[in-house]
Ligand binder design. Structure first.
Ligand code: XMP
Length: 510
């Protein structure tokens, strides 16, 4: 692989991906592997350091995950976090005991700054704790390097063997100097050089793809989302005209989006096929109001159109997908890996024959995919595109879908986005869009009575899209957006702002 490797051994904690992201942000490559990976495999990965994650168990539980035997004899530095810390202590001869109370949340913690992990830090700062068990007796050769009021053993070290453990979570933002601690472990303990950069990754991956694919033909379903766009950009540099991108325009995109995507990719030296299937989708959706039926119809139709186009191009050797690392990480506690279907709406095409799937973003986190996109000269609007559901505006029009309603929604949504952009809030609101409700109400415009549609605006603050809070968009800005929408969009006389969080609501309205 040509770069140093940090192994994150996963014991099922909820922040495991975050640990891996932080390590990579520090410029060091790492991967998450389940706790029961064999010692042989671990050795073969040749890590320069190992991080044990947290986990929900107690180390003495019968079923609790254990680490591979012999891992402490590899001569590789280890950092244990929370459960990982307790496990290391127990395995090396210490004693862990059940605490009486759970210690949870922000905790003022005192550090021994002569410990490599805390080098250069303030003597006291806030850490994020979430544990019940405590280390009651240190293993031989270890000393205490941090403590808090309720946790006399908040961190331990055996500098001679390069073993370090922390009871708190350095990976979460609430731990004030957490990233600095991880940085210290990587650079001061493991001797990392910081050789993980997107520039290098792009160069090496393009080279590898070129060698692997050779003269083979590659097919990619391009949705215009971040992942498929970056996959296309990467493959275009690797194999050029041997790549065919099929962009199924289902007519449910936002204003001008189809043209913008075409503009970007038709300029690259690849085969770019835009299928204008809007009429086909609208016909199938005619009179359908049920959200799940809409989704199903769109998913199936998408696959059909994609297959038809794919069959036209003839031989396909490789099917490319924009799968990213969070989609493939297997949890240490045995949850199966999820395979992402292209475009998020269909599945794999059944009627297109290919030899192999290529997933060049498989090792990357979302933020790395964005950095890579910039490296490959993709425009900002694609790199920073917010999540857009596969079924598109169909699930933002409540009730049945018509071309006129789509146009109306596109116009309202474009005004919303334009004003957010002018206010400089594009990256501050994680997802925002307009919804066309199927409600009409009475209004007055000029001297006349109107009976027109209500547009709902939705803006959310979220990190994982699993939970979300409604975004506090300034009133003045909302006022401007509302004014413009009722003035500029025909058949709309009322604008409302959605102030529900998720749960209990979802982000989309359907
Ligand atoms: P909900 O509405 O479930 O949305 O809170 C969570 C996130 O998922 C997106 N979303 C979808 N994405 N196909 C997709 O590819 C879908 O059918 C779909 N439904 C919701 C939504 O935009 C939000 O970011």
């Amino acid at each position: 692989m040509g770069h140093q490797f940090i192994l994150v051994l996963d014991f099922g904690g909820q922040y495991n991906q975050l640990i891996a992201r932080r390590v990579r942000e520090c410029g060091v490559y790492c991967e998450v592997h389940p706790y029961d990976t064999s010692l042989e495999k671990l050795k073969a990965l040749n890590p320069v350091g190992i991080i044990f994650t947290g986990g929900p168990n107690s180390v003495y539980d019968k079923e609790s995950p254990q680490c591979p035997k012999g891992i402490f004899e590899l001569g590789v530095p280890v950092l244990g976090i929370c459960y990982g810390n307790q496990l290391m202590a127990k395995e090396l001869g210490g004693v862990v005991k059940a605490g009486e109370n759970r210690e949870y949340g922000r905790t003022e913690t005192q550090f021994d700054t002569s410990c490599a992990l805390f080098d250069g830090l303030e003597k006291s700062s806030v850490t994020w704790m979430s544990h019940t068990d405590l280390i009651a007796k240190l293993p031989e050769g270890f000393s205490i390097s941090a403590k808090s009021a309720n946790c006399p053993v908040a961190a331990i070290q055996n500098a001679q063997r390069n073993f370090y453990g922390v009871q708190f979570h350095p990976e979460v933002n609430h731990t004030q100097n957490g990233t600095k601690m991880l940085h210290n472990f990587l650079y001061k303990v493991c001797g990392c050089a910081g050789d993980w950069t997107m520039g290098n990754y792009a160069k090496n991956t393009i080279e590898q793809l070129r060698t692997h694919i050779g003269d083979g033909k590659v097919l990619l379903g391009l949705s215009g989302g971040v992942d498929s766009s970056v996959t296309a950009a990467l493959l275009s540099q690797a194999v050029g005209r041997n790549l065919t991108c099929i962009f199924v325009d289902h007519g449910l995109m936002r204003k001008n989006e189809g043209d913008e995507i075409e503009e970007v990719f038709s300029k690259r030296d690849i085969n770019f096929v835009r299928v204008n299937a809007s009429k086909r989708f609208l016909d199938k959706l005619s009179g359908v109001s049920d959200p799940e039926r809409k989704r199903k119809i769109i998913g199936e139709e998408f696959i059909r159109v994609f297959e038809e186009e794919a069959l036209k191009i003839g031989k396909v050797d490789f099917l490319a997908q924009g799968t990213i690392y969070p989609d493939v990480i297997e949890s240490g506690t045995g949850k199966a890996a999820v395979i992402k279907s292209h475009h998020n709406v269909g599945g794999l095409p059944e009627n297109v024959r290919f030899k192999e799937i290529v997933e060049p973003l498989r090792l990357l986190f979302k933020d790395e995919v964005r950095t890579l996109g910039a490296e490959l000269d993709l425009p900002d609007f694609l790199i920073w595109r917010q999540p857009f559901p596969g079924p598109g505006l169909a699930i933002r029009i409540i009730g049945d879908i018509t071309f006129d309603k789509l146009e109306l929604l596109r116009d309202a949504d474009a005004i919303f986005r334009d004003e957010i952009a002018k206010a400089g809030l594009v990256r501050d609101i994680n997802q925002y869009f307009a919804v066309l409700t199927d409600m009409r109400s009475v209004g007055v415009m000029g001297d006349g009575r109107t009976y027109d549609f209500t547009i709902a605006l939705r803006g959310v603050a979220t990190t994982d899209f699993m939970t979300a809070d409604w975004a506090r968009i300034p009133y003045d800005l909302l006022a401007r957006i509302s004014e413009r929408i009722v003035n500029e969009v025909r058949n709309v006389n009322r604008v409302v702002y959605d102030i529900t969080s998720k749960p209990p609501a979802t982000i989309e309205w359907e």
